[in-house]
Design a protein. Structure first.
Length: 263
């Protein structure tokens, strides 16, 4: 049931966002969908099958196990359900922000995470462009956080849905009026805010690490409000990777094992 809930929500949100992108795009995408989507969706499918075969539902099952064995801070203090849910969501949200920061700062992990940033355009499919090893490491880290906090099982399901939905939304090439975007940023991460993180300018790439709420970037001083170049013309991706031909499916799988290119 947990898998059905997550998959249904993910497909529904993805469908809404690609429809929005089609009818009201924020910026033109010179590299067509036929060139990029098979790679991005191929990685997503590969990751989904890999996780299903090796660690399907492990996040939710870890929360159940933690509750049964009274592991984790929230279980030690027998926190009421409402507090446990709120604390689980906030803790996991910040944990993913911290993880994203480390992925950029630790060269070994950057080897994996650079696959996500090699996309030369920015749309909803960019949200699922991850190397399988990064996906597995991220899940292991998430499980560790779940045991540490003693996460509420229901909140873990909600968090997985929020994580996927927010990532799809803030990677989308959708047009949101600037005045509305500015107000939304008081609470959530908008596509314009996260697009800055995919800039080729290193100082911009190393900012705006959050995935759902904008608080952590502002509190930790990793927030960049506006890019150096306009949102509609800024260059997306990494400077060492500017040819679509070298970004095929198999080449991306092997990329972490090749000499690391300077950004």
């Amino acid at each position: 049931m947990e898998t059905i809930i997550r998959l249904t929500a993910a497909l529904g949100i993805f469908g809404v966002m690609i429809g929005w992108e089609y009818f009201s795009p924020r910026r033109p995408l010179p590299i067509g969908r036929k060139q990029r989507w098979p790679i991005n969706l191929g990685l997503a499918t590969f990751n989904m099958l890999l996780m299903r075969l090796t660690a399907g539902g492990i996040a939710y099952l870890s929360a159940i196990a933690a509750a049964e064995k009274s592991w984790g801070v929230l279980n030690w203090f027998a926190a009421p359900a409402w507090l446990s849910i709120i604390m689980t969501l906030l803790f996991l949200d910040f944990a993913i922000y911290a993880q994203h920061f480390v992925l950029h700062k630790w060269p070994l992990l950057w080897r994996l995470h650079q696959v996500h940033h090699t996309d030369l355009e920015f749309d909803a499919t960019t949200a699922v462009r991850f190397h399988p090893l990064e996906t597995m490491i991220s899940m292991a880290y998430k499980v560790l956080c779940i045991y540490l906090i003693g996460a509420h099982p229901g909140a873990v399901i909600a968090f997985e849905v929020i994580l996927n939905g927010a990532s799809t939304f803030n990677h989308s090439n959708v047009n949101i009026p600037p005045a509305i975007d500015k107000k939304l940023r008081w609470l959530i991460i908008t596509p314009d805010m996260h697009r800055i993180h995919h800039s080729t300018i290193p100082a911009e790439t190393d900012s705006n690490y959050g995935f759902s709420v904008s608080w952590w970037d502002k509190l930790c001083k990793t927030y960049t409000a506006e890019p150096k170049h306009p949102q509609t013309t800024m260059t997306i991706g990494l400077k060492p990777f500017r040819r679509q031909a070298e970004l095929g499916f198999m080449k991306l799988l092997l990329l972490p094992f090749k000499p690391l290119r300077r950004r």
